[in-house]
Design a protein around this ligand. Structure first.
Ligand code: DAH
Length: 357
């Protein structure tokens, strides 16, 4: 019995896994196990023999059973430790954000406008935000004494002491990109130029930095009729309406002749804007036929070429389209505002897929 005991205690101690252990259990204390068979022999023994062998066999069975149980839980613990080691996870790492960042309405509207004009053959052009006084004013037929200079509340940069050249300005409009594009590409040309512009002004509807989009189309026989068609197509696509009425109001800009401000028919019923119906008119842009002086500044011959230009406030049309009441909130970087008015990053505006969803 001592041999039997020693054999199984050793085997159990060295069992490498639970399957081996189960095997040993059956061999020792299972129904046909060695110890069970020995217990059956108790019946053939004399009463005296049984009194000795019985308790001894029971004790052996108990000992083996508890050795099996101890080994089993040791194997289970080892397996658990191994799993914990291999499936290790740093719970102090930051969690994945539940929501990614959003596209700012200004970026969204810039993309929308660009998609619409791209569809009509306009390329996107750019110019610097710090602009020379010549590009911002003179080249656009706004000479030094012109009241438009004073009206624009221009930000000027500093020149070094004794430097007599006129200071650079933060561009007050995107119109200088007309000149730069004509100089770079010549005619014919069809561009839009979205970007930041600056004026010293601040209230509910003005911020010192805001956004415009410039348009320019020069060719040999472009007329006001083309301007009107392009703007109508734009407004219908942008406000996502089938029909819209535009009103061209005679106006004056130094860089266009004739000049027109363009209003769209709308209603404000119930405090919300509806484009294309109602009795109100809403001014959305300035436009006109490019002045010969401006063509000349761009090295384009006004006897051969002509065309139209327009300039529109991006912030303004973004407020109108998406019902944003206060311009200043655009630039506060308030996360709650950005989440509310922002656009999903992967919803790129296209005419086919929809401008805004
Ligand atoms: N540059 C003008 C402004 O900032 C807007 C403008 C008006 C642009 C008429 C144009 C235009 O190209 O033709 O107020």
């Amino acid at each position: 019995m001592d041999d039997l005991r020693q054999t199984y205690i050793d085997l159990i101690a060295n069992a490498p896994d639970e399957a081996t252990l189960e095997d040993l259990r059956l061999r020792a204390v299972g129904k046909k196990g060695e110890i069970s068979l020995k217990m059956r022999e108790l019946g053939k023994m004399t009463a005296e023999e049984r009194q000795v062998a019985g308790p001894a066999l029971n004790a052996l069975k108990d000992e083996i059973n508890s050795a099996l149980a101890a080994k089993k839980s040791a194997l289970e613990n080892a397996a658990l430790d191994e799993r914990l080691r291999s499936e290790w996870l740093d719970v102090t790492l930051p969690s994945r954000p539940r929501r990614a960042g959003t596209i700012h309405p200004i970026s969204q509207v810039t993309e929308e406008v660009s998609a619409i004009f791209a569809d009509m053959g306009f390329a996107v052009a750019e110019g610097p935000q710090i602009e020379s006084d010549w590009y911002n004013f003179d080249a656009l037929n706004i000479p030094g004494h012109h009241p438009a200079r004073a009206e624009m509340d221009t930000f000027y940069t500093h020149r070094a002491e004794g430097d007599e050249r006129p200071p650079h300005v933060l561009r007050t409009h995107t119109s200088p990109v007309q000149i730069r594009s004509m100089q770079d590409q010549g005619a014919p040309i069809r561009i839009i130029a979205p970007g930041r512009v600056y004026r010293a002004d601040y209230d509910m509807t003005h911020t010192p930095m805001f956004h415009q989009i410039e348009g320019l189309a020069i060719d040999k026989n472009i007329s006001m009729a083309n301007l009107k068609w392009v703007l109508e197509e734009f407004v219908k696509a942008f406000f996502e309406v089938d029909d819209v009425e535009l009103r061209f109001r005679a106006s004056h800009f130094p860089f266009t002749e004739p000049s027109a401000e363009v209003d769209i028919r709308c209603s404000w019923e119930g405090g919300t804007l509806k484009v294309g119906e109602g009795d109100d008119w809403l001014e959305i842009l300035g436009s006109g036929m490019v002045h010969p002086h401006v063509l000349r500044s761009g090295n384009v011959d006004p006897d051969v070429w002509q065309g139209f230009a327009f300039g529109m406030g991006i912030d303004r049309i973004a407020m109108l389209k998406y019902g944003i009441p206060d311009l200043r909130a655009f630039f506060d970087s308030d996360l709650r505002w950005l989440r509310h008015y922002g656009f999903a990053a992967l919803d790129v505006p296209t005419l086919r897929g929809g401008l805004s969803r």
